[in-house]
Write a protein of this length. Structure first.
Lengths: 198, 563
């Protein structure tokens, strides 16, 4: 059917295009950033505008351990990326496991924090504006951590069965991009909620 | 113009009934398809259906407003109708139409086999479709257990705090938010897909500055969509948190702000206008040069202007909010940034006129619609400049002048270009041309009806008629003009019915088109009509912006002139 020879002999060109997976993930990250921006703006806009307590100063504690864990998970996943590129699969599984463990510590930290806020301080989504904006913003980020954790754990299980090798490095690289994004967002959320807003 | 035949299709596209399978098999094939061409057609059919639905809603609104103290619709039902009309036209007609075109045309124009992520493409379409039907299910399901409300009645902008539980009980507003969140994710998926396709799936030799302008503008639109649709999704999540979890984002009783909803909505809402109108430009960019027999004038300027519009459009949203009482600095900023949009759009209009200038123009139906578009878009831009001046806007905000202005953009520019695009690419998708005589009737009636309706609306606005009122007193001096507006709407309705008849009947009875009925220059016209599943037998390689021109004129190829 479509047999038009659209090539002109003698005029060959070098032709390299970016990976579609990386481009797609970059686009997704841009879109997600806009969602986070709106939630961050709402948080900043409503800072100190609650009509009743409790206020952030009274109840929030800076989650230093959780933050250290989440940020260092960016480093461990970087090592995992290096390992899969060099086809050192045992190494890869180990670093991936470390990443998952660090993320799990972070999520546990959030869970304990929320438990304290709800049962001890009586702060829920409907208590006041602080509660509404705090749980939405931190919850939105935690949701992204859960999604990332699901992706990482899937790869981890596959690699335990030996189904992952360096042929999958690009796909894993895309998951790593997402994970770095989740970490970077935490820096913003941490700064706004625990440093500026407290 | 030289008569030229392309050595394209040797296979007869008509297959026997036994090869096509039973009706159920074919239906199954359409439901599970991941082929970008079939999904593109599904998008177009889906949005054509909703165009007729929302058009009918508009006509019923106009019947209600034709005379003072009319009783066709009650006040409550009227509110539901204008909410559904607006929401449907923007989310279920405008965007799916444009993404349908993008789906069908972009991979063909860049010489690709399919979109970058075919399954994501199918998923996005079905999400969008589900969102649309969920929204319309509210007519049945919105009443919920309480027996109040049914379809959403909060306006397509859904201003807070009217959307809070205490003011909008029942589920109508939830249907509005959930349906748009779902279709919003579909839109996001499609935008990601188009970007990845254009960046990573171009055929050999198609550098960025050799891409057809349609593809260029769709890339710009998709990038804009990424940061446009997501703020609305975020704000709608906040609304649902308010409504279901007892949050206070927009709850003015607990210190929440209704103003921030207006900001969030228009941070989405204004760039959305450009998301709708840039693909219209894209269609005009393809059609005008082909029917003038000239290359587009100022290709790099067109690209630069589009990118410029993308950046400027995200900094103008508060010109929808001059009357909420902002500081004079904000008023000045948003007035000036809005006027700034006039510069790149002006560049585009001059480029189109320069393309027309000295061309050998063929007045076929697609070209007629594009010329109508040029004229109307200019006028729409001029009233836009008027409204960007904040004192003028204080006077005319929420009047029919504003309604007339944005319908000039959305109908006069976007819908005209959508019609142009359908007439232009219909032969590619079906293998048959649409009827020219009926097409010209459609164009004439639609243009006349359009001007009767929307030109008159400007005057109603200047006479002080506000938007969103379900009736008015007979002593206001609006009676005759309202009747005129309604009659114009009826003429447009008849024109669209002619179009629908033409669209359906020509699928079987239309003149057989051949592969390249318009003697065009971009890659989609090198394959057969309709294209085979795999698009191109061998991967094309291009050396200029008009690969088919090079092929048809080997002695005078474009690449010798392009830097």
């Amino acid at each position: 059917m479509s047999s038009v020879p659209l090539s002109h002999p003698g005029r060959t060109v070098e032709w390299h295009l970016p990976s579609k997976h990386r481009v797609g993930m970059t686009a997704l990250i841009v879109g997600e950033s806009a969602i986070f921006t709106i939630f961050v703006v709402a948080y900043v806009f409503y800072m100190g505008k609650s009509l009743s307590g409790p206020t952030p100063e009274q109840v929030l504690e800076v989650p230093i351990l959780a933050t250290i864990c989440l940020l260092s998970s960016s480093l461990t996943i970087l090592r995992a990326e290096k390992a899969i590129e060099d086809d050192r699969m045992r190494n890869f599984t180990a670093w991936l496991g470390a990443t998952i463990a660090l993320a799990a510590v972070f999520l546990t930290g959030t869970a304990l924090e929320w438990k304290k806020l709800i049962y001890q301080d009586g702060l829920t989504v409907s208590t006041n504006l602080f509660g509404t904006t705090f749980y939405s913003l931190v919850g939105l980020h935690a949701t992204h951590v859960v999604v990332g954790l699901f992706l990482l754990t899937s790869v981890f299980i596959f690699s335990l069965f030996g189904w992952v090798d360096s042929r999958q490095r690009e796909r894993f690289g895309v998951i790593a991009m997402y994970w770095h994004f989740v970490d970077a967002v935490w820096i913003v959320v941490f700064t706004v909620v625990y440093l500026i807003g407290r | 113009m030289s008569v030229y035949s392309l050595p394209v299709s040797q296979i007869d596209p008509s297959t026997s009934a036994s090869e096509r399978g039973t009706f159920l098999e074919r239906l199954h094939g359409w439901v599970v398809t991941v082929d970008h061409k079939r999904l593109g057609i599904l998008y177009i059919l889906y949005s054509t259906f909703f165009l007729l639905v929302a058009g009918a809603e508009a006509l019923i609104i106009r019947v209600q407003l034709a005379n003072p103290y009319n009783h066709v619709l009650s006040a409550q039902v009227y509110n539901r109708f204008f909410t559904m009309h607006g929401t449907t036209m923007v989310f279920l007609v405008g965007m799916p139409f444009l993404f349908g075109f993008a789906n069908y045309i972009v991979p063909l124009q860049i010489g690709a086999r399919d979109m970058a992520f075919p399954r994501l493409n199918a998923f996005s379409f079905w999400l969008t479709a589900f969102g649309g039907f969920l929204l319309y299910y509210s007519f049945l399901g919105g009443a919920g257990l309480y027996g109040v409300g049914n379809a959403p009645d909060v306006g397509w902008f859904a201003y807070a705090p009217l959307t809070e539980r205490s003011f909008s009980p029942g589920h109508a507003t939830d249907y509005w938010a959930l349906a748009l969140i779902v279709s919003g994710f579909g839109t996001l998926g499609t935008a990601i897909n188009i970007i990845a396709t254009i960046v990573s799936r171009r055929c050999k030799g198609m550098t960025l500055m050799r891409m057809p302008l349609f593809t260029w503008l769709l890339l710009v639109v998709s990038m804009l969509t990424l940061v446009t649709i997501t703020p609305l999704t975020a704000a709608q999540f906040m609304l649902l948190i308010d409504r279901y979890l007892g949050g206070h984002f927009f709850d003015t009783q607990a210190g929440g702000s209704s103003l921030i909803w207006i900001h969030f909505f228009w941070i989405f809402g204004h760039p959305e206008v450009y998301v709708l109108v840039l693909p219209a430009f894209a269609i005009a960019n393809e059609i005008i040069p082909v029917f003038c027999r000239k290359a587009i004038f100022g290709y790099p300027a067109m690209v630069a202007a589009s990118i410029c519009i993308m950046f400027v459009s995200v900094s103008v949203w508060a010109h929808h909010m001059f009357t909420v009482g902002m500081t004079s600095v904000s008023n000045a900023f948003f007035t000036l940034s809005t006027m700034l949009v006039g510069v790149p759009t002006g560049i585009k209009i001059f480029n189109w006129i320069a393309t027309l200038w000295g061309g050998r123009i063929r007045f076929t139906t697609p070209m007629l619609f594009c010329i109508g578009f040029l004229f109307q878009f200019l006028l729409a831009g001029l009233t836009g400049i008027m409204l960007s001046v904040s004192p003028w806007d204080w006077q005319l905000h929420n009047s029919y002048f504003v309604i007339a202005h944005f319908h000039y953009v959305l109908v006069g520019a976007v819908v005209f270009c959508i019609f142009a695009g359908i007439y232009y690419w219909y032969p590619k998708a079906t293998g048959r041309l649409m009827n020219e005589t009926l097409g010209k009737w459609h164009f004439c009636l639609f243009t006349i009806g359009f001007h009767i309706t929307f030109d008159t609306m400007h005057f109603l606005g200047l006479l002080g008629m506000p938007r969103s009122i379900y009736t008015y007193q007979p002593d206001r001096g609006w009676n005759f003009l309202n009747l005129v507006v309604s009659v114009g709407g009826l003429i447009q309705g008849i024109a669209v019915l002619i179009f629908a008849y033409n669209f359906i009947v020509c699928y079987w009875r239309g003149e057989v088109a051949g592969d390249d009925p318009w003697d065009a220059w971009t890659l989609e016209w090198t394959t057969s009509s309709p294209p085979p599943v795999y698009n191109f037998e061998e991967e094309p390689e291009v050396h200029s912006r008009r690969p088919l021109w090079d092929l048809k004129h080997p002695g005078d190829p474009d690449w010798e002139y392009e830097s």
